[in-house]
Write a protein that binds this ligand. Structure first.
Ligand SMILES: O=C(CO)[C@@H](O)[C@@H](O)COP(=O)(O)O
Length: 140
């Protein structure tokens, strides 16, 4: 089921590791097709990950394909997809510098043209939410 999307989601997760945006099994990427999402499995090292390890769920969190447990952040991904039907993919990285700003609860200042181009201003820091908890979607 959704074999082509599983390949894309697996490659997207591997790219996070290749680019140093995650470490060990941290971080996760998912994508949506219609009423289904494909997400990385929980706790699997990137060097062992294959498209067959991806997990397919419905938007209400029911697993419909896959032999592994979905990411521990699945509920946060699903909350975003349910609240924003226009969003087709969610990426959760552990990028070193962004994590440092988040750890002290500060926005990333708009001090580079790349940030201005991509975000149009400072990158806000979201409030605390427990892992796998319902992410607090504030109207953006
Ligand atoms: O940031 C966190 C946990 O705080 C997660 O991204 C990380 O542990 C990865 O969890 P999964 O392997 O996707 O279940």
């Amino acid at each position: 089921m959704l074999e082509s999307l599983k390949v894309d989601v697996c490659e997207g997760n591997l790219a996070l590791a290749r680019e140093g945006l995650v470490a060990w099994t941290g971080g996760n990427l998912s994508a949506r097709e219609g009423d289904y999402i494909v997400i990385k499995p929980s706790g699997l090292r990137y060097c062992e990950m294959t498209p067959d390890d991806m997990v397919v769920l419905t938007l209400d969190g029911r697993i419909v394909d896959g032999h592994r447990g979905p990411s521990s952040d699945t509920q946060s991904h699903l909350t975003i997809y349910r609240g924003r039907p226009d969003i087709r993919s969610v990426v959760h990285t552990h990028s070193r510098y962004a994590t440092a700003f988040a750890a002290v609860g500060r926005p990333i200042p708009c001090c580079l043209t790349a940030i201005a181009d991509e975000f149009g201003g400072p990158v806000p820091c979201g409030g605390y939410a427990p892992i796998g908890g319902e992410a607090k979607l504030s109207p953006s």
